[in-house]
Ligand binder design. Structure first.
Ligand SMILES: [Zn+2]
Length: 113
């Protein structure tokens, strides 16, 4: 399952931070998910609980912030927001878009004890 692997990656990042910053408990993991990343937030939350059990992140709350997809429109020569890949430019309706953001997933913040 795609989400399971992602959660294992998140736990890996949390454990790495725990070593660097020497905290013992994580209360909240704030995650940024790009609109174009094909990650289902609900599935991710579900997996996170399972994967976090018996790790430093056990019982931590997963907060998910969705960030918009962005693309560069060659016709408009400007950056535009898109909700899906292969969507036309919202300004000119053209398809000469290059995706520039919104595909990534990253840990934005950890609230720790
Ligand atoms: Zn355009």
């Amino acid at each position: 399952m795609h989400e399971m692997a992602l959660c294992e990656g998140i736990i890996g990042i949390v454990e790495e931070e725990a070593r660097k910053r020497a905290f013992a408990k994580v209360k909240v993991v704030c995650l940024e998910i790009g609109a174009l990343s094909h990650v289902a937030p609900e599935a991710l939350k579900f997996c996170f609980e399972a994967v976090a059990a018996r790790t430093i992140a056990q019982g931590a709350k997963l907060e998910i912030v969705e960030t918009p997809g962005t693309a560069w429109c060659m016709a408009c020569s400007e950056s535009v927001e898109i909700k899906q890949r292969y969507e036309p430019c919202p300004s000119c309706g053209g398809y000469q878009l290059q995706v520039t953001g919104g595909e990534e997933m990253r840990v934005r913040e950890l609230e720790v004890d």
